[in-house]
Design a protein around this ligand. Structure first.
Ligand SMILES: CC(C)(COP(=O)(O)OP(=O)(O)OC[C@H]1O[C@@H](n2cnc3c(N)ncnc32)[C@H](O)[C@@H]1OP(=O)(O)O)[C@@H](O)C(=O)NCCC(=O)NCCS
Length: 342
């Protein structure tokens, strides 16, 4: 068995890597959204603009047995490296996972990174049972649980229409006339790009991060455009709704759902970060934006059946909104952390 860097141009190895991802999903967490072939393949050639990526595969007799993705933020958080590992279910307990973790450590050291994370699915009360292999494996390698996020799923039509309408009207009444609600699909309108960059830059300071030591990344208009280009290249479309404060002209609340919009066979979508500026909380803007956006999702992409979200277990206000909307627990993802000597 050898560990080699995955060349995005090597079609056989890329297919083999994707097959391992699919087999891991089927064996370990089949209820969660399945990996998407096109997005994986295109993503290899088109990494996010604020992150450098590398992929490694474990290969034996020409067959891919395991795959690892590594991400290195390249604008902020230069001490940080994250990765994911999938070992094919038929080839576990042979030291392949360990060989990949060792490659991850070496790679991180080569790039001067000292805080490393890997994640794994875990059981969460009220959800489905998950195998403990990932957690035991990570603890065996010295990682400690730093942040737990709960995965919840919501059918796009979870609420009774009359209940949904009532919630919307209550939220509209609470928000009053101070805010203009604006929705779009795809790229951020140019006239909003500066104010959207401002609110995006606050995200890391506002979401609970557990023991992860991450600093807010400054997002500017050029980075937003580059991220939008990347989304288009890998086939992921944002469906977005924001609140603009009429007096200041600033966007003060934002929500987005991301979908493989061109693939009618793929019925899951992902809820991205929802954020309300601290000075504008308490007006039900979070609930209002999510309801307006949900209606847009249903109207424009009728093939979508469910939206998935992951919230830090301690994020009570966001979880409260999600439960109101009909989100139900599926499982959790544990972010495990290790610090290397610099
Ligand atoms: C977790 C995972 C990567 C382990 O891969 P692997 O190739 O089987 O790991 P290794 O053979 O190198 O195991 C190393 C050690 O981890 C621990 N471990 C691994 N799987 C375990 C299990 N099912 N139960 C208990 N301990 C386990 C053991 O201490 C093991 O050493 P041992 O076999 O000598 O007892 C693999 O099960 C997997 O892909 N799981 C699904 C995806 C996932 O959760 N990935 C996140 C973890 S990075």
């Amino acid at each position: 068995m050898e560990i080699i860097e995955l060349d995005p141009a090597d079609g056989d190895l890329v297919s083999g890597a994707f097959d391992v991802m699919r087999a891991t999903h089927a064996a370990d967490h089949p209820e969660n959204p399945a990996p998407h072939r096109n997005t994986f393949v295109k993503g290899l050639a088109y990494p996010p603009p604020d992150e450098d990526e590398a992929h490694y595969v474990a290969v034996e007799d020409g067959k891919v047995l395991a795959v690892m993705g590594i991400g290195l933020p390249n604008r902020a958080n230069l001490h940080f490296a994250w990765a994911w590992i999938n070992v094919h279910p038929d080839h576990r307990r042979r030291g392949i996972g360990t060989a990949l973790v060792e490659r991850f450590f070496a790679y991180a050291r080569e790039h001067g990174r000292t805080e490393l994370t890997l994640d794994t699915h875990m059981t969460w009360e009220g959800g489905v049972e998950r195998d403990k292999a990932g957690q035991l494996f990570l603890e065996r390698h010295g990682f400690k649980l730093a942040l737990t996020c709960i995965n919840r799923r919501c059918a796009v039509d979870a609420l009774d229409p009359a209940v949904e309408q009532e919630l919307l009207e209550q939220a509209q009444a609470a928000a009053g006339d101070d805010y203009e609600i604006i929705s779009w699909i795809g790229r951020t309108p140019e006239e909003l790009i500066e104010t959207m960059a401002r609110i995006d830059s606050t995200i890391l300071a506002e979401v609970p991060l557990g023991d992860l030591e991450l600093e807010p990344e400054t997002i500017d208009a050029d980075l937003k455009r580059a991220k939008a280009e990347r989304g288009e290249a890998i086939g992921i479309v944002p469906i977005q709704t924001v609140a603009r404060h009429r007096e200041s002209g600033e966007v003060v609340a934002n929500t987005a759902v991301f979908a493989h919009a061109d693939d009618p066979g793929y019925t899951d979508a992902y809820q991205g970060i929802t954020i309300v500026d601290p000075a504008h909380r308490g007006h039900r803007l979070g609930l209002l934006l999510k309801l307006v956006n949900l209606r847009l999702v249903r109207e424009r992409y009728p093939h979508l059946r469910a939206i998935w979200t992951d919230n830090a277990d301690v994020n009570a206000p966001m979880i409260g909104i999600n439960v109101t909307l009909g989100y139900e627990i599926v499982d959790a993802v544990g972010e495990f952390q290790i610090k290397l000597d610099s």
